[in-house]
Design a protein around this ligand. Structure first.
Ligand SMILES: [Zn+2]
Ligand SMILES: [Zn+2]
Length: 292
């Protein structure tokens, strides 16, 4: 399988000198199956560059775009996705009905004339819209895709992609549950993580790559219980418990500079090593690719 990051930032695009290393675009991840079929995870502003790349290389094979949820940072790039405007392309959008509204209607609404000059129904590509439900299994691009509910402020789906022996979990905009954020000693109660996140642990168990929300460090997440995001220390312990092989930090706080994210990664690596585990920790960055 192949993974490439086109947008790694949460909430809002943040171009500028302090985000050059990890990137300022909002979430978009390209996955290629072992048979080189294309799945795109989320359509933040990062999807614009991916669209230019696909169109520039004459790509006209099927395009599958899977959306975790409909907060702006996960759909705002769709109107700027160049393959939409080429009638040779077949694009299928996958997403959950959210707060009673189907994916097609939600995506149409962000392209009505108050927001964008071209309506979704006017686009040339052959677009289809498929409903996703949680706790379900699908065949997308000829691989198995499983779904689970994430803990977020709006209904959000987390996805597992299983291609033969290989697996990737995409779990962004997810709050790992804890009784208290941290105690005074800055130490996570591991039993809390096990007890309160059983379903998520089972879902991720033994996966090759976990791409997970790491919006905050463990101090700044204090007081943000219920916001639907996770601190990096909790996430590291969760990954150790779930026997994840590679943890990929993702969906960074828009206020975090490259230096701050370097520190997040360093802390994450220190914990993983300190616990004597084999967990490999990586910080996603725009343009980074992984083949495994
Ligand atoms: Zn988000
Ligand atoms: Zn969100």
């Amino acid at each position: 399988m192949y993974i490439k990051f086109w947008g790694t930032r949460g909430s809002i695009p943040v171009p500028g000198q302090t985000t050059l290393k990890y990137g300022g675009n909002t979430p978009c991840v390209e996955i290629r199956t072992n048979n080189n079929q294309l799945i795109i995870l989320d359509a933040g502003s990062g999807i614009r560059e991916l669209g230019k790349y696909l169109s520039g290389n004459g790509y006209n094979d099927p395009i599958n775009i899977i959306v975790s949820h409909y907060h702006w940072d996960h759909i705002q790039g769709i109107p700027f996705f160049l393959p939409l405007y080429d009638k040779k392309n077949k694009i299928t959008f996958y997403g959950e009905t959210s707060n009673g509204e189907k994916i097609k209607s939600i995506l149409q609404n962000q392209m009505t004339s108050n927001y964008f000059p071209i309506n979704l129904d006017e686009i040339c590509a052959n677009a289809a819209f498929e409903e996703i439900k949680i706790n379900s299994s699908y065949n997308i691009a000829n691989i198995r895709v499983e779904t689970l509910r994430a803990n977020h402020s709006s209904p959000t789906v987390t996805y597992k992609f299983i291609d033969g022996e290989k697996s990737i979990v995409y779990m962004t905009d997810n709050e790992l549950k804890l009784k208290d954020s941290i105690d005074d000693s800055n130490k996570i109660d591991v039993n809390d993580i096990v007890e309160l996140n059983k379903e998520l642990i089972d879902f991720c168990y033994g996966c090759d790559y976990l791409i997970h929300d790491s919006m905050y460090d463990e101090i700044s997440i204090l007081g943000k219980k219920g916001w639907g995001h996770t601190g990096n220390v909790t996430l590291t312990y969760f990954s150790i418990i779930a026997k994840v092989k590679n943890l990929v930090l993702f969906h960074y706080n828009p206020d975090y500079s490259d230096e701050k994210i370097d520190n997040l990664l360093e802390k994450t690596i220190t914990i993983a090593k300190g616990e004597g585990t084999e967990l490999n920790c990586i910080a996603s960055k725009e343009g980074m690719s992984i083949e495994f």
